[in-house]
Design a binder for this molecule. Structure first.
Ligand SMILES: Cc1ncc(CNC=O)c(N)n1
Length: 235
């Protein structure tokens, strides 16, 4: 088999076969694993999680999700203008619909855990992540770049929480619903659809856009790690 450098970017033969995103996942595997196998989610999986940490994450994530809605709406607008495939809209719209359920779920879950969502103060990592989203909402950000960010944001949660439901995990009963929300098979398929859309866009995109999207992907991973880090109680 011909060895191809994993550093090769752009339209190599390999990219066209496995997709740009797969090549990035290989190239940046350690960083991706840092986001999807974080000590916080691993502590959920092994049952040692501190519920205070969980509550802290819950309150912060509610704020994030509220900011995520207009971001997804901005991706929808870009798709309606720039996409050559009408099914993109349907996938993005289904994501928006689940965010509607998700907001209701956060409210229910917060009351179950005694977290007051109206008094949550956004922490620095959250503010930083939300302003990153804000920048991506700009009309100047191209559809393939925004789509890559969208996929990466969803994929980190999917991979993280699916791991908490795998055979051998000892996730506490009270947290299984949370893990199900992002770790279920349907959410996995939705993330795969987002990845397919991003791949298709990236394959047609000029090299400079592909590089830009790769940088955005890495930024998402950094923000996700910082976001999980917030659940540390001393933070
Ligand atoms: C910080 C963060 N990243 C990704 C997600 C998952 N997307 C929507 O729920 C989330 N809830 N929070």
């Amino acid at each position: 088999m011909e060895a191809k450098s994993s550093q090769m970017v752009g339209k190599t033969k390999d990219n066209n076969k496995v997709g740009v995103i797969k090549t990035w996942l290989r190239k940046h595997r350690l960083i991706f694993t840092g986001a999807t196998r974080h000590p916080f989610t691993l502590s959920i999986r092994d049952g040692t999680v501190d519920f205070k940490s969980f509550k802290k994450w819950l309150g912060q994530d509610y704020i994030f999700v509220r900011a995520f809605v207009p971001f997804v709406a901005s991706v929808l607008v870009k798709a309606s203008k720039e996409s050559d495939d009408t099914s993109d809209i349907e996938v993005i719209l289904s994501g928006m619909a689940s965010l509607n359920d998700e907001i209701a779920w956060f409210k229910k879950e917060a009351s179950r855990f005694g977290v007051s969502l109206t008094s949550v103060v956004p922490q620095k990592a959250n503010v930083d992540y939300c302003s990153f989203l804000e920048k991506l909402m700009s009309l100047e950000v191209e559809y393939p770049v925004a789509m890559t960010a969208f996929w990466a944001i969803e994929a980190v949660y999917q991979e993280s929480f699916a791991h908490c439901l795998e055979e051998g995990s000892e996730t506490p009963e009270e947290l299984k619903e949370t893990c199900q929300r992002w770790g279920n098979e349907g959410f996995g398929k939705y993330c795969q659809s987002l990845q397919n859309i991003a791949n298709r866009c990236l394959e047609k995109a000029p090299d400079n856009l592909v590089s830009k999207a790769e940088v955005v992907f890495l930024h998402v991973l950094e923000h996700e790690v910082e976001f999980w880090n917030m659940s540390r109680l001393e933070a």
